[in-house]
Design a protein around this ligand. Sequence first.
Ligand SMILES: Nc1nc2c(ncn2[C@@H]2O[C@H](COP(=O)(O)OP(=O)(O)OP(=O)(O)O)[C@@H](O)[C@H]2O)c(=O)[nH]1
Ligand SMILES: [Mg+2]
Length: 455
Amino acid sequence: MIGFNRLVSTNDTIFALSSGRPPAAIAVVRLSGPRAGDALKALIGRLPAPRQAALARVRDPVSQEILDEALALWFPGPNSETGEDVAELQLHGGRAVIAGVLAALGRIEGLRPAEAGEFTRRAFDSGKLDLTAVEGLADLIGAETRAQRRQAFQQLKGLLGQKAESWRQRLTEALALVEARIDFSDEADVPEDLVRPALDVARQLRGEIAEALAGAARGERLRDGLVVAIAGPPNAGKSMLLNRLARREAAIVSPIPGTTRDVIEVHLDLDGYPVTLLDTAGIRDSDDPVEQEGVRRARERAAAADLVLWVVDAGDPGVALPPGEPGQALWLVANKIDGMNSNNSNTFISDAGVHTFRISAKTGLDVNSLFEALAGYAAKSFAGEPSLVTRDRHRRALTDTQAALDRALAEGPAGREDIIAEELRLAARSLGRLTGRVDVEDILDVIFRDFCIGK
Ligand SMILES: Nc1nc2c(ncn2[C@@H]2O[C@H](COP(=O)(O)OP(=O)(O)OP(=O)(O)O)[C@@H](O)[C@H]2O)c(=O)[nH]1
Ligand SMILES: [Mg+2]
């Protein structure tokens, strides 16, 4: 079992509210551990048939006061989510009901409230989920759009984990060949050439890993969403445009230049693809230290964005484009075209040489074409099969594996067998770290940190 480096025992029975913030129609309280069955009996007087919902009065075990009427479920281990005995109560989701039931559970010997992520941690410790599936679970709960949900579900179902595990097994077999060659090198009946087939396996694996890595950038970006920054000179209507695209009054709009200071962030779901839209301070020189800081933040966030919408007042004779970052898309948005007639249109804007939109954030005129272009841009960025590799951690484990395979391959069939064996071992170890089979103490806390209590 993987060590649990907190000051709590893994043998305790844990409980928590696993559903969202009350009040709500229903609240789910879960228990996991050796005393889950006893605790359920203490509350409802019996143990329901395994995996069948039972309607039951929930009583305080000491005072016998009725706390609620609930659905109770009983999942004896190991066929449960955590692998331990698990009990679940579906209560009415009122604050006092929940508080009463949690307090009653807390008074039962051997029970304690769960730490954040502890149910999932137990599922991992009992081998129910590998580490990539744990990450998939976190992503599924965090998923805000259809594309994120699909990718997270695939991860939760262990697609990357299974692939990594099968690669690791093939490597172990290849390693056995090389080791046989080393151990029995002076015996006559060991075939001469065991190293060559082992290296063939290494070469094949290398190709398959490269294929999985090809979608990595897309997979990682899908978790975070594309970042689109609205930037430009003060008073151009950036905040009004953000509000229009977000369909709510997220940012303050005013005729005073220099209104926006902090970066305002809204999350959009564009046809299933996640986009984080940023409104930033109008860029200009200022003596006001607060505005200066706003401009600094605006520049920083715009520089890191995937796409910049450079918003200008279409009637402003002095429009100019920003320098732009290498590899970054920039669209020019000429705003405030309402009330303008076509003959005072700015020639700079027509000749800017970048993708240009003429809109009115105020009336909404042609904002739709910008919206559709954004959706198209997102769809193009995420086109293709859901990626297996969705995190920096996965990418690093796989590139480490490839590097070790490369070093083994560089030795060649006539190379030193001990070096080849060592590199194959290292490659297998990197794959083991990916699924959490080996050597993961240091990363567990980082991964489980993302989880909340009750998960
Ligand atoms: N006529 C017209 N006025 C607009 C339009 N968009 C914004 N405005 C007005 O322009 C002024 C500035 O709008 P904001 O959205 O606050 O501009 P901003 O670019 O966010 O400004 P800063 O935050 O100061 O950089 C406000 O008075 C808006 O009502 C538009 O499309 N047409
Ligand atoms: Mg603003």
